[in-house]
Design a protein around this ligand. Structure first.
Ligand SMILES: Cc1cc2nc3c(=O)[nH]c(=O)nc-3n(C[C@H](O)[C@H](O)[C@H](O)COP(=O)(O)OP(=O)(O)OC[C@H]3O[C@@H](n4cnc5c(N)ncnc54)[C@H](O)[C@@H]3O)c2cc1C
Length: 331
């Protein structure tokens, strides 16, 4: 049975990040009668998108609306919310099994389990005008926004080979695709692949996107005539939104994302991670699903502990040990 810790400041679970992953986990845990707090500073990855697509049951909802609905649904099961930035986490309590969560300008709180749902952020290409259209007619994910621009004049913008890869993918949604290589050379093989698939190439560095009211109309190059278009998709890097997963000893993959083990475990005892910050498919619905998976794993650990039968299914090490190693390794 769930412990009733409502008279203390100790939570069963602290969820850091209130996007689809964190909210979904919080709702499942609330329904397990756990005392849950979600701490979020409100900078979701898809802040610029005018609609969220492909989320079964909530297709075309705005990101803000989706969060409001998620908060309302989780709150109905007693989940608490705190708007703030988590600055750090350290081990505390009996044998260092609990987590002390430090939130900027507030009293720290403690939790028996921790879920990191802190997401990633995209590094936008530094091109004049791009942010005027981002999320409306300039996108990075064909799965999220390709359907809305099906059959239109699409631009795949990236450095050389990356633009060709993106252009090849975009051919699923339109026969009119131009790869803008942004001043980077491509191999003869890449050029042949483009030609074979009816993809035109523009070599020059892109300096500006132009249009009006959120609708991109032209790509401008350092020299030569502008390219008329209806939508631009770009390839870009992404980084973890928060350094917390690394400072707490989570392991990185080759893309700088977090490697999870088993059911969203991190290798740190009692600490889980869900959503875009791990290396899985980066859709909101996948993030929400991972949140639910993590919630079940967390609740099982709590159930075992409540019965006095703690297990260490994921072979995880205590936070103090793992985090100390992360600091020594320079994370
Ligand atoms: C422009 C754009 C359009 C997209 N469109 C779609 C779409 O149509 N369909 C789709 O399925 N997916 C879409 N995505 C992908 C989708 O946004 C992500 O898959 C999803 O948001 C991941 O959810 P998450 O919970 O992992 O992270 P996020 O939604 O990014 O939430 C993470 C939260 O953690 C908070 N946080 C981070 N660090 C801290 C900290 N230290 N303290 C407190 N809070 C913290 C952040 O403020 C943020 O609110 C789109 C992405 C972009 C960029």
């Amino acid at each position: 049975m769930a412990t009733d810790s409502r008279t203390t400041h100790r939570y069963d679970v602290a969820v850091i990040g209130g996007g689809p992953a964190g909210l979904s986990a919080a709702m499942v845990l609330g329904r397990c009668l756990r005392r849950v707090i979600v701490i979020d500073h409100g900078k979701g990855r898809n802040y610029a998108a005018c609609e969220m697509h492909g989320y079964l049951g909530r297709d075309c909802t705005t990101p803000a609306e989706m969060r409001q609905i998620g908060r309302r649904e989780a709150a109905a099961y007693g989940v608490e919310f705190l708007d703030g930035v988590v600055a750090g986490v350290c081990a505390c309590g009996d044998e260092g099994k609990d987590f002390e969560v430090t939130i900027n300008d507030r009293e720290p709180l403690t939790a028996r389990k921790l879920l990191l749902a802190t997401g990633v952020m995209d590094v936008l290409p530094e091109i004049d005008g791009l942010t005027d259209f981002y999320g409306r007619s300039v996108h990075h994910c064909p799965y999220c926004d390709g359907w809305e621009h099906r059959g239109q004049r699409l631009v795949a913008l990236g450095d050389g080979k990356a633009a060709i890869g993106l252009a090849l993918s975009l051919r699923t949604w339109s026969p009119q695709v131009t790869a803008c290589l942004n001043g980077q050379a491509i191999s003869r093989r890449q050029r042949q692949r483009a030609q074979k698939n009816g993809i035109a190439c523009r070599e020059r560095r892109v300096v500006k996107l132009a249009g009006s009211e959120g609708q991109v109309r032209q790509v401008h190059f350092e020299d030569g005539a502008p390219l008329e278009c209806d939508a631009v998709f770009f390839s870009s890097d992404q980084v973890l939104r928060s350094k917390l997963p690394l400072s707490l000893g989570c392991e990185c993959d080759e893309h700088g994302l977090i490697r999870t083990k088993g059911r969203q475990g991190t290798g740190v005892r009692g600490m889980f991670l869900a959503g875009d910050a791990d290396g899985d498919v980066q859709f909101a619905i996948v993030a929400a699903a991972e949140g639910a998976v993590a919630a079940v794993a967390i609740n099982r650990e709590l159930q075992d502990e409540d019965r006095g039968e703690p297990r260490n299914l994921l072979n995880a090490a205590p936070l103090a040990e793992v985090a100390a190693k992360a600091v020594n390794d320079g994370a």
